[in-house]
Design a protein around this ligand. Sequence first.
Ligand SMILES: [Cu+2]
Length: 837
Amino acid sequence: MSSMSDFQLQRDFMYLFERMSEPLGYGIKGSGENMVYYRSPTMEPAMAAATETMMGQVQQTINIQMPGKMPMEELKEISKLCPKSGLFGHFIPNHRKALISLRNVLMDQNSTSDLFNMACFCRDNQMVHPLLFVNALSSCLANRRDTKKFSMPAFYEVMPEIFFSDHIMKQAEKMARVQDSCKNRIMIDRNTTGHQNDPESRLWYFREDIGVNSHHFHWHVVFPGDYGLRNEVKRDRRGELFYYMHHSMISRYDAERLCNGLARTKLLDFDNLVIEEGYFGKLYSTNAGRHWGTRQANTRLVNLVGANDELLIDIDLKVEDLKRWRDRILETIDTGKVDVGDKREQLTEDTGIDVLGDIIENSQDSPHRQYYGVDGFHNMGHLLIAFSHDPTGKFREFVGPMGDTSTAMRDPAFYRWHKYLDDMFDKYKRTLNEYKLNEGKWALKWDGIKIESMKVINSNSKFKENELSTHWAQSDIDLARGLDFYRTEARNGGPVLATFTHLNYDVFKYQIQITNNSTKPVQATVRIFMAPRHDEHGDPFRLTIQRLLYFEMDKFGTKLKPGNNTIERSSLDSSVTIQMDASFDILEKLNRDKQRDDFRTGDDQSRCGCGWPQHLLLPRGTPFGTQFDLFAIVTDWEKDAVNSRSGPTPLKPPCKDALSFCGILNEKYPDARPMGYPFDRRPYNNPEMAQPTEVRNIEEYVKFIPNASTTKIRIIHEADVVKRGKQKDNGMGMVNEKGEVLQTPRCSSSSSSSSAASGGGMKNSSPPPPEINANKDNRGKKILFIPPNRGPPNRFQPGQENKQWQGPSAFYGFRGGREPGMDELDSDWDYVHDNNN
Ligand SMILES: [Cu+2]
């Protein structure tokens, strides 16, 4: 039982993620009216006194108690396994052990307040690595029942140095020392990790997207490979989700590659073991005082034999081990028999993929961990690449980005490795019978239901039907929450804003006409996928190949009345995406509402942040348009429904996760069909052919399935950047409609026309603000902030009570509309598309 109110839960735990290297009692956490002071029993008197001087501003004090039982033995062991002075890597076996151990310490706490006190104690302990702590506590909060209403602040604000390169972080540190009114927005340049002439570096915006990387981090936090047995319920179908979530990343990445004129990802070549792509991430760990490892192009993967290095302790990983585990997994796939220790068991059609996912990741649910790879085939592949720059520890180099879930997707090698794993999963899927038109458990046809037509309508009215569009957009992030020890008196705790560029798309809606020829209303599930139509040579894909490139766009429930039905659904409601993670700032605003009106806090006010980033729902496309095949199939919800507590009218899940990739905490996965249905298996044979012949393409596929449909669409990429159109001074300078800076930030309320770059007009002795990068896009135009995916002008904004538009959604119904609190944040902003250049 939780003794904390929702408000208190959010407030007390949220700031444990702010400025991770500072002790809790040092200074003040939070901002504005949310400022809090953590009063710690172990605080040194001098530090406490220094903090007391700032106490005047603080309205709330949180008292920390010493935990009843100190976990000293565990912490000693943890610090041996994962020294605080190094880097933390999720895939390093010792670090995993440390993570399990710390997570167990936290999960074992009986009450929420015990958990709080223990978390505070561990956080400030000299033996606990900050990133290890973030991993353990967020995983604990995501999985405990009593903390399910807690919303995790955006991970890129908690640990910005994992998302932004060293020179940006250096600028931020300088800016943090400057008085608030004199701060400049830091412009984060695009693509700092590769030369524009290197074709592979075209994909920087995908691989280094903060949403992509925090999605991957978050997924592994929500689905830890080792979850212990304490206080929690096994996540339903987690092995299958491991397969499906990673498979989706690969198909999504391949779509992006094709749009950029690149061939689909090649899988890791196990024979010569050379990684063609190098990677220099420029990520710096303040904690370790070192950079993450880098890798030259054409690096050969060799045995890791760790010397007595602080990181390589106990790593003894041979290439031949990896090959042996691979062979055992492939043999399991070929024979359909899985080794469970003393005997072999048949893989079944229902659970085979789940077991295989557990085996390949080597999660706690693997039927035989020792046999299929002690520390995990998948994990060890990550590690082999992550240490390939210094495999014997000769140069005392640290782990590369492939060693941690929060950084791995930046590295092109990630996709090679996961393509290899995905190919193994597909080998298994190919051993299964194809879905038939009429027979079998998951037959494709649904008699009496017919999709008459399907189209997409772009909210940007300059585009035609079935034309979708993408563009660059810019968003702001507050780096100050992750900057330790840079709080000066002058700074007074204000934000250090940085602007980054990311891909975005114009919101669109699907419009699907469905006839129900029966006499009764029925419940249906609508599944929508998309795939590129042409391969890298410009030839149309055959469906046997293209099926692997279909990525899920949405999946939702709806009711079909007898006769004609028009289903409309916004792209913002997608079951695979979430909006940008909630920043500290947004969470503070939401939490203030909770404090004011405790009764209003429903489940839907909290969010977990697991899901593909909404702004990357669509691949980039090309200026002339890239063709994609959009596909929808309507299936019988009576059969899809899962026999769980949810029942036909599901309970609201505890947070707005992307259900397709994240499921629901403590519930069964809300769709009984295999994940990726129907493209996870070979296509059926064309009934019109005398010889068994698979249908050739998607048009032929839907021809025999009246309840499915396909439409050719184009994705057009506009090189314009969406920018703000209204004059507004938010203390960060004033801009006109063209986005030109009219007025630089005011310094100490003196001359308002002083130049920020020269630092003129400042009365105090703060250092002048550092040189800011040219804040221009490649056309030399000033580009400005919009909140992700909340503009451009949207003709059919969900949430505006247009019921027709929101679409019925009995199944995923709670996803309708936007997050609470977002509307008010939006109201200050206008959005324009600049088309005049
Ligand atoms: Cu992963």
